[in-house]
Write a protein that binds this ligand. Structure first.
Ligand code: GLU
Length: 295
């Protein structure tokens, strides 16, 4: 994985404190740490705690304990996304001012009902790469004045990217450099397909930034040159690349690594205590045992 010329490589591990770290997180953290060390780079830790309903101080403390036990060290202070909400709001404001984001008023329940209703007629509603239905609302067709009237009503809303308009702003093909591998073996220069995600959420009524917006801004702000993370986020990179272009942010190199699967063949979940790092520690395993299990 080559660093852009004459730049010190900057790696990061960016967990969300909404559960315990498991073997999959350990793999991401260790790969980032080892690559930073081998390339003479920096290793940063970022706490992605923008979702107040799911993030807890206990999970956050557990992450620091687990990573230190694994033998990793990182630069201080740790960036906590909840302390930078204004930054995300400002970036969202820029996209709104350019007419690239619109207020979306359908609740999750209403989205589900609309899709169920549509599919009851034997047709299939389009879904994003994670399997979630694309947004069925049509607020983006409203005039700015009509949007303002709805906003003035005070109804809770999300802000969504107008994907069609955003893509129309691109003046060159959207790609990224993949130094790992996508789900179908994609590597090298990969063509990004953000349209597959539809009008992605940029902020919610209960969280001032979405994952996509915060992760893109923070990677740029922290000077991250190499994004190393699980293959489950491979397709999301298309959205991150689009936001980078819209907000004039630098392009890191990406490496998506294999996922650690449970005995049932499925991706590990944070709620499964058995594969948690803490459980291995309590069972008397060593950090080297954990490394041997995943590397
Ligand atoms: N916070 C994300 C997670 O825990 C990872 C973000 C990233 O590496 O881009 O799944």
């Amino acid at each position: 994985m080559n660093a852009p010329l004459s730049q010190q490589p900057v790696f990061r591990f960016a967990p969300s404190p909404n559960g315990q770290l498991h073997l999959g997180h350990a793999l991401s953290a260790i790969l980032n740490y080892d690559m930073a060390r081998d390339l003479g780079g920096r290793f940063l830790l970022r706490t992605e705690d923008i979702d107040p309903a799911r993030s807890t101080p206990e999970f956050e403390a557990g992450i620091y304990t687990d990573l230190a036990w694994l033998g990793l060290s990182w630069e201080m202070p740790v960036r906590r996304q909840s302390e930078h909400l204004d930054l995300y709001r400002q970036a969202l404001g820029k996209l709104i001012d350019r007419g690239l984001a619109y207020p979306a008023f359908l609740t999750r329940g209403a989205i589900k009902a609309a899709v169920t209703d549509f599919e009851a007629r034997g047709k299939t509603w389009p879904r994003d790469p994670d399997g979630a239905p694309l947004y069925p609302g049509d607020e983006r067709r409203l005039s700015p004045a009509a949007q303002q009237r709805m906003l003035a009503g005070g109804k809770p809303h999300a802000w969504r990217l107008d994907m069609e308009k955003a893509i129309a702003e691109l003046d060159a093909p959207l790609t990224w450099q993949e130094t790992g591998e996508g789900p179908n073996g994609e590597t090298g220069t990969v063509t990004a397909d953000p349209a597959a995600w539809g009008d992605v959420v940029l902020s919610r009524s209960d969280a001032p930034s979405s994952y996509h917006l915060a992760v893109t801004l923070d990677d740029a702000l922290q000077g991250v040159t190499h994004v190393v993370r699980g293959r489950d986020l491979y397709h999301a990179t298309a959205v991150h690349r689009l936001l980078q272009r819209l907000l004039d942010l630098p392009e890191p190199v990406y490496r998506h690594h294999h996922l650690i699967l449970g005995p049932d063949g499925r991706k590990l979940s944070k709620s499964n205590r058995d594969t948690g790092i803490a459980a291995f520690r309590e069972a008397g395993k060593t950090p080297d045992d954990v490394r041997a299990m995943i590397l």
